[in-house]
Design a protein around this ligand. Structure first.
Ligand SMILES: Nc1ncnc2c1ncn2[C@@H]1O[C@H](COP(=O)(O)OP(=O)(O)OP(=O)(O)O)[C@@H](O)[C@H]1O
Ligand SMILES: [Mg+2]
Length: 270
């Protein structure tokens, strides 16, 4: 594996950025369909790494490859390497439960179980260790505070999680993921079903969470990527077209495909 740092050139100043996940020559096939085409890229620690691109370009497939959710899918073939914590998680990791604890995933629609708010928060961590009543309380309070949901629900932790608004449910799902103490948060269009105010709440949350986690965010929303990304990765037709810092990508894109996508979300890659 190459060095664990990447050069970041920003406004003429070079600084070191630590690589959290290193993807090398990743190819994904579903049967004869070649979905991800030789992707090589680094996601950086304590940054919002934002993946944008048209529908069907392979953004979700990329995220799902990182914590191996697609394992078991019929006719799936994956080649290449994804390094995390000094290991190739495609080839060297067999404990998928631990992998998904370290690399948590938040989906487009909040997946709240028909259980109380507290039970929803501790659902994942309970698969890993037995908790006392006070530990359950403490983890619930800490993670709900981390997602700024605590003041809204502190008096109703025994109520059903499904009684919450969609924006609150999405924050509850993020809290459940944080409770397992992950190092990486994969977020697949987490705000696409939210109104603008709640979207900003989640964006502010990502800004805060990146201080402790690596965030990999898929979004359709170019304005959102511009607001909160540190690094941007533009994918089209299963390929990485261009990547760079927020400033470089949005202000001085190099590829014609990128310019066209940023202008009117059309893509000429196909
Ligand atoms: N389990 C699967 N079996 C077969 N094909 C699949 C499977 N999952 C995804 N694909 C195909 O892979 C391609 C990329 O899909 P993917 O969901 O990764 O795109 P996306 O960029 O996330 O799109 P969107 O923005 O619409 O969510 C699509 O052509 C899709 O039909
Ligand atoms: Mg998708």
């Amino acid at each position: 594996m190459e060095t664990n740092t990447a050069r970041k050139i920003n406004a003429g100043i070079e600084e070191e950025a630590e690589v959290s996940i290193k993807i090398s020559n990743l190819n994904v096939f579903f049967g004869v369909n070649h979905i991800l085409k030789d992707l090589s890229l680094d996601f950086q620690k304590n940054k919002v790494n934002c993946i944008i691109g048209p529908s069907g370009s392979g953004k979700s497939t990329l995220l799902r490859s990182i914590n191996r959710i697609n394992d078991g899918t019929e006719k799936l073939k994956v080649t290449g390497a994804v390094h995390f914590n000094e290991k190739d998680i495609l080839n060297g990791v067999t404990n998928l439960t631990q992998l998904r604890k370290d690399i948590g995933m938040v989906f487009q629609s909040p997946c709240v179980f028909p259980k109380s708010i507290l039970e929803n928060v501790i659902f994942g961590i309970q698969q890993h260790k037995k908790l006392t009543v006070s530990e359950k309380q403490d983890i619930t309070e800490e993670t709900l505070k981390a997602v700024s949901l605590w003041p809204e629900v502190m008096d109703r932790l025994k109520d059903s999680g499904q009684s919450l608004s969609i924006g609150q449910q999405q924050r509850l799902c993020i809290a459940r993921t944080l409770a397992t103490a992950p190092k990486v948060l994969l977020m697949d269009e987490p705000t696409s079903s939210l109104d603008p105010v709640t979207t900003r709440v989640i964006e502010n949350l990502m800004e805060r969470l990146k201080k402790r986690y690596t965030i990999v965010l898929v979004t359709h929303n170019i304005a959102q990527a511009k607001r909160i990304s540190d690094q941007v990765f533009f994918m089209c037709n299963g390929q990485l077209i261009e990547s760079g810092t927020n400033d470089m990508f949005f202000n001085t894109p190099k590829k014609e495909q990128t310019k066209s996508y940023l202008k009117d979300e059309t893509c000429v890659c196909r």
